[in-house]
Write a protein that binds this ligand. Structure first.
Ligand SMILES: Cc1cc2nc3c(=O)[nH]c(=O)nc-3n(C[C@H](O)[C@H](O)[C@H](O)COP(=O)(O)OP(=O)(O)OC[C@H]3O[C@@H](n4cnc5c(N)ncnc54)[C@H](O)[C@@H]3O)c2cc1C
Length: 501
């Protein structure tokens, strides 16, 4: 690419979630009479076809595209998600809930949880989840949108979706193609480069040559352009997060209550997911191959299925980590080609969404500018590291000692910033969201407390309020939340209504 040409032609390789989320956004944001966007996907190379649980940011992504929520829910067999229930993570028989949204409301300019912590440490205060509308609605199988006054907890409920990721990719494909994205079915077999190391053209199996100025690698774990052609290095985090394999299998649902949350159950060598969609339950076992055989993992997963399997098991394997340079010259990797952190907190699709947002912020004008590229790579690395630390927290805080895998996890060394976060909470109950990181104070509190970490302190200014007033306020908040949750329709009923066109 010569330094003076303007960048008008973009080629995306890969038609999984990453490829179509990128293509859909470009088709919305760019004027396709001035830019060309081409997406190449091979029908012979299967994408991972998992990625069914999301976090609330996905609602913003869909809104930016202008997608009507009811259309989307119908097209992808989606359900609503209010958080994740973690079973057997702290110890067998124990469960906790990580809700979206916030706990309680701040009082006297102090975070709510300090008031609750004081009373919790004194043996009162009640269950943390009784202060979360998302958790209380989830527990009673309720979700809906009701007209509520601004000061009602129902006014700002935070939610995400469970959906069929293949249907979502198809939905976005139709969206993007309708808006002018060129869709080519073919397998990229060869890549030619300019003398300056920029990608020049791609040659398909049928001999056709595709040229572009900016190449976006959405080829999944293969990392066809970014790693194979541009030589991007990989930061391997397998020692911090040893799960490197998964088996996924959908089954029929035997549950009359459509749970508006994901369930994650810790197992001998990893954990299983249960994700309810409208037409089926998505199940999977994420495990560390170092600590169990594939056959044993499959047996464990099959034993958990609550209905007839609807497909053959899908076996997946990966290396946990990321490419600190996911943008090199005129090639940017988005999605699995750039890195992967296991799906415990459903961050895969979010990492795609934030990569796209970052690309839009740093979109090249008439040349590729190294300082833009460096900024992109720095921000991406930071985001991956922060998410990694949050996931590590779940494992490292376990009390489980009943398998080699859990004994390994108890000894995972924490990064310096994670160590500091844990210590700060232990000492004073303080939690800070650093550098606009993805997971907020609610998430850190839910998981630290849920996993059994106890704070020895709380904010000293809490003591300005009398214990009886704190109790009165806590009880009022819990009661309003409880009442509000009971006003919501059943989740299954709400979905059924959306399906009546
Ligand atoms: C076990 C597991 C569970 C997950 N669960 C979740 C979850 O609950 N929530 C979440 O947000 N994320 C989850 N993820 C992550 C999520 O699945 C991925 O982030 C998402 O699917 C993006 O994948 P992708 O598009 O990068 O790659 P893929 O889906 O693998 O797509 C790659 C594409 O590249 C094409 N391709 C490859 N080589 C060529 C070639 N030579 N020529 C042309 N085309 C080519 C393929 O045909 C395919 O279309 C999970 C991932 C795994 C592994």
């Amino acid at each position: 690419m010569s330094q003076s040409m303007s960048i008008k032609s973009i080629v995306i390789v890969g038609g999984g979630s990453a490829g179509w989320m990128t293509a859909a956004t470009l088709s919305k944001v760019l004027d396709l009479s001035k830019y060309s966007v081409t997406l190449i996907e091979s029908e012979d190379i299967k994408g991972v076809s998992v990625g069914e649980a999301t976090i609330p940011q996905i609602t913003l992504f869909n809104r930016i595209l202008g997608i009507d929520e009811a259309d989307f829910i119908r097209a992808t067999n989606a359900t609503y998600k209010l958080g994740i229930e973690f079973k057997d993570w702290k110890r067998k028989g124990h469960a906790y809930f990580h809700p979206f949204g916030t706990f309680g409301i701040n009082m006297e300019a102090l975070p709510f949880h300090h008031f609750w912590l004081k009373r919790f440490n004194e043996g009162a205060g009640g269950d943390l989840c009784s202060y979360s509308i998302e958790a209380m609605a989830a527990k009673s199988g309720r979700f809906g949108k009701v007209n509520a006054q601004n000061n009602s907890p129902l006014a700002n409920m935070s939610y995400a979706y469970h959906f069929d990721s293949t249907l979502y990719a198809n939905f976005l494909r139709d969206f993007a193609v309708k808006r002018g994205v060129r869709h080519i079915k073919g397998k990229v077999e060869a890549v030619s480069k300019h003398p300056n190391g920029h990608i020049n053209t791609l040659t398909l199996q049928n001999g056709h040559c595709i040229d572009g100025e900016f190449y976006i690698d959405c080829s999944g774990f293969r990392s066809l352009l970014l790693e194979k052609e541009m030589g991007a290095t990989f930061n391997d985090w397998s020692d911090l997060l040893p799960c490197d394999s998964a088996i996924a299998i959908p089954c029929k649902s035997a549950d009359s209550m459509l749970k508006p949350y994901t369930q994650s159950t810790a197992k001998n060598a990893g954990w299983t997911w249960r994700i309810p969609l409208q037409h089926r339950i998505g199940n999977g076992y994420v495990y560390a191959s170092k600590f169990t055989e594939k056959e044993a993992a499959l047996d464990d997963l099959m034993a958990q299925l609550e209905g007839e399997p609807l497909a053959e098991p899908n076996f997946l394997a990966w290396k946990t980590g990321m490419r600190p340079q996911s943008w090199i010259k005129n090639c940017l990797g988005i999605g699995l080609s750039a890195g992967f952190i296991e799906p415990l907190e459903s961050t895969g699709l979010h990492l795609i969404q934030s990569a796209i947002a970052r690309l839009m912020t740093l979109f090249p004008s008439n040349r590729f500018c190294q300082s833009d590229i460096d900024m992109y790579n720095r921000q991406t690395t930071k985001e991956f590291e922060q998410i990694r630390d949050f996931i590590v927290l779940h494992y490292a805080l376990t009390e489980r000692n009943d398998s080699e895998f859990w004994r390994y996890c108890r000894n995972i060394s924490l990064s310096e910033s994670l160590e500091q976060k844990v210590q700060l909470y232990k000492d004073s109950g303080r939690i800070f969201r650093i550098d606009n990181e993805l997971f907020n104070e609610t998430s850190w509190l839910a998981v630290m407390h849920g996993q059994g970490l106890r704070s020895e302190g709380y904010h000293p200014l809490v003591d300005r309020m009398s214990t009886s007033l704190i109790d009165e306020r806590l009880s009022h908040i819990a009661s309003v939340i409880n009442k509000s949750a009971s006003l919501l329709p059943e989740h299954a009923h709400f979905i059924a209504q959306l399906n009546v066109k």
